[in-house]
Structures are given as C-alpha cells and as structure tokens.
Design a protein around this ligand. Structure first.
Ligand SMILES: N[C@@H](CCC(=O)N[C@@H](CS)C(=O)NCC(=O)O)C(=O)O
Length: 222
C-alpha cells in the first residue's frame, strides 16, 4: 500500500517532506489539501488530523502528524541514506539539537513574519499591522543571525558536514519569507551559500517544491 501524503506546497514543512520523499525515491500518493478552501478544517480531514494542520502521512494504516516526527519516522522506516538522520548517537543528537531549537526560532519567527507581513493582510484585506511586522522582523533577523553565526559557523550544513533533515526543514522555512518580499540571501552570505548547497544537493526537487512560492515571490507587490 502506497504511503499517502496530505499536504500543500505552500506549507514550509510540507515542502521539506515533499523534497525528502522525492530525493529518496519513496513512492507516495499526494493528497492535496486546499487550505484556501478550508479543506484542512473539514470534518473528514479532522478525523485524520484533529489538530487541523498539514502535513500528515498515512503509512499502511498508520497515521502520523508533525513534520519533525514524520521525517524521523521516514528515516527509520524507509531505505534512506544514513546522512539524512545519522544512526550514530552523537551525530543524531546534533541533528536533534537543531530540530528542537528550530520550533521556537526558525519556525516561529520566520513564519510569524510571513504571516503578519503577507498572509494576514491578504486574508483580511487590510494593511499589515506595522508594529507586529517590525517586532517579528526583529525576531526573525535575530534567528537568521544565529543561523549565520552559530549553526553555520564552522560547517557547510546546519549540523555537520552532510545534509540532513534539519537542512530541509530550515531551508524551506527561510524560503517562505520571500513571499513577503524578504530574502535572507541579501543580508546573510553564509545562509545564501548554504541554501544554494541544499538546493543543489536535492534538485530538481527543491525547485519543484518551491515552484508556486517562486511565482508568488515574483508577483507579490508588498
Ligand atoms: N508543527 C507542525 C506545524 C504544522 C503547520 O503549522 N501547518 C500549517 C501550514 S505550514 C497549517 O496547516 N496551518 C493551517 C492552520 O493553522 O489553520 C508541523 O511541523 O507539522
């Protein structure tokens, strides 16, 4: 039975899972959840995920939510190269170190900037709340500064010398702010080089995952 992946490529964690599945040639059936139509809020979807969010996977009847948990599960269950989530305890711990940190840093601060600068004004047809935008821009830049000067200080990838699931989640989160017309590449040279490295490693899937985002980032007049 093919793995089912419920998601939407405008979602940062969904893109990370999409790239991972493709790069590892794991067969799956994509179930597009149209959040603009509120499909994630439907009764049918709620049965799958009472948290009403994407992504979700279903693997031979086993349902799993939360991108970090999903990626770790896929690394354990499927035939993938060890570098994605090393079995060596210390190397794995370094990946976990980032995965734990990112929830309240890269994920929270970049996503909130994107929401206040772009998504909320779009959904509510009203101008951005400038106070919130300024606050989250400050917090996002603190996070980006830490990625530039701490996580990428001595290594080509976030947690070492090889690409891991941490890099996929981190890169997809940072790319999201381009829809709100902020590109981290312009201010953070190490982040720029690292994003290009990650893209190169997993292309054509990186570009495929970011196709809609790239179009939106190009079109947005904000
Ligand atoms: N911690 C969750 C976050 C999932 C999440 O926030 N998904 C967003 C899209 S990026 C969503 O479904 N939002 C719909 C909503 O909040 O109504 C994960 O990493 O999987």
């Amino acid at each position: 039975m093919t793995l089912k992946f419920y998601g939407n490529l405008l979602s940062q964690p969904c893109r990370a899972i999409f790239i991972f599945l493709k790069a590892n040639q794991i067969p799956y059936e994509f179930k597009f959840i149209d959040m603009t139509k509120g499909e994630h809020l439907s009764e049918e979807y709620e049965k799958l995920n009472p948290l009403k969010k994407v992504p979700v996977i279903e693997d031979r009847g086993f349902i799993l939510r939360e991108s970090v948990g999903i990626l770790r599960y896929l690394c354990r269950e499927k035939k993938v190269q060890d570098h994605w989530y090393p079995t060596d305890s210390k190397q794995q711990a370094k990946v976990d170190e980032y995965l734990e940190w990112q929830h309240l840093d890269t994920r929270l601060n970049c996503a909130m900037y994107f929401q206040y600068k772009f998504l909320i004004p779009l959904l509510k047809s009203e101008p951005p709340n400038e106070k919130k935008v300024t606050e989250f821009e400050r917090r996002m830049k603190t996070t980006l500064g830490l990625i530039e000067n701490v996580w990428l200080k001595d290594t080509p990838y976030l947690t070492g010398n090889e690409i891991t699931i941490a890099d996929l989640l981190g890169a997809c989160e940072i790319e999201q702010t381009r829809i709100a017309q902020y590109d981290a590449r312009t201010e953070y040279p190490k982040i720029a080089t690292w994003l290009e490295r990650v893209r190169y490693d997993v292309n054509p899937y990186y570009d495929e995952a970011h196709g809609i985002l790239n179009k939106m980032a190009g079109k947005s007049k904000l």
